[in-house]
Ligand binder design. Structure first.
Ligand SMILES: [Zn+2]
Length: 203
C-alpha cells in the first residue's frame, strides 16, 4: 500500500517536473512547435544524472510497447494491445500474449533474443518516426536530413535520432537523458500540436 502511494507520488512529481520545464522553456521564448524543437537546448533543460529531479523524471516516464501483437508469437494481444503480461527485459518494455510466451522468452538467450530486440527496435522506429518531435540531433544540434541519413538509436522503447555516427558515443554516455529529451519534446509538441502531419521535416 505504502509502495503504491509513493509510486503515485513519483508519477505526480514527474508530471509536475515535465510541465514546469515546459512552462519555463515557454517563458524563455524557446520556439516550440512540431518538428521544430532544438534538441541540445532541451537536453540541457533535463535535470543532471544522479540528481533527485532526474530520478523523479525518469520514474514518471511511460515506456510504451509499440505493437498490438505478442512479440514472440505475433498473435493479437488481449484488450486491443493493452493486455497480456508486460515486463522489462534488458531495459526494454515487452508485452506477450500470456504466461506461456513470457516463460519461453525468459528462457531464451543469445541470438534469438537479439533477433527479438531487433524486431522490437524496428517496431519502435516505425511507431515514433512519423511524428518525431525534433528536427535537430540532440547531441550535436545538426539538422536531421531525413530518414535515410539519421542514425537511429532505440533505448527504453523510444526512438532517438542522431545526425551522424560521431554523436553515438556521446549518446551512450547518458541515454536516459536523451530519451527524456525526446519525450519532453513530444510533450511540448503535443501541447503546440499543429493540425495534420504533412509539414513534418525531413519526410
Ligand atoms: Zn505469444
Amino acid at each position: 500500500m505504502r509502495a503504491r502511494a509513493s509510486r503515485r507520488l513519483f508519477l505526480v512529481l514527474g508530471l509536475a517536473c515535465i510541465l514546469t520545464t515546459a512552462t519555463l522553456l515557454w517563458a524563455e521564448g524557446v520556439h516550440l512547435c512540431r518538428g521544430d524543437l532544438e534538441g541540445p537546448a532541451l537536453y540541457k533543460s533535463i535535470p543532471a544524472e544522479g540528481t533527485t529531479e532526474r530520478t523523479v523524471m525518469w520514474r514518471g516516464r511511460e515506456s510504451r510497447f509499440p505493437l498490438k501483437t505478442c512479440l514472440l508469437c505475433d498473435s493479437p494481444l488481449p484488450d486491443h494491445g493493452r493486455g497480456g503480461p508486460e515486463f522489462t527485459l534488458e531495459g526494454s518494455v515487452i508485452r506477450v500474449c500470456g504466461p506461456e510466451c513470457q516463460a519461453k522468452l525468459r528462457e531464451m538467450g543469445g541470438g534469438r533474443l537479439d533477433d527479438l530486440q531487433e524486431k522490437l527496435a524496428q517496431a519502435v522506429i516505425q511507431r515514433d518516426k512519423g511524428d518525431y518531435p525534433l528536427n535537430t540531433c540532440p547531441v550535436t544540434g545538426r539538422k536531421l536530413a531525413g530518414d535515410a541519413d539519421a542514425v537511429d538509436q532505440v533505448y527504453d522503447n523510444t526512438l532517438v535520432r542522431l545526425a551522424d555516427d560521431d554523436a553515438v558515443d556521446e549518446f551512450r554516455k547518458d541515454p536516459d537523458g536523451y530519451v527524456l529529451t525526446v519525450r519532453l519534446a513530444r510533450t511540448l509538441a503535443k501541447q503546440r500540436s499543429l493540425p495534420g502531419r504533412s509539414g513534418n521535416a525531413g519526410r
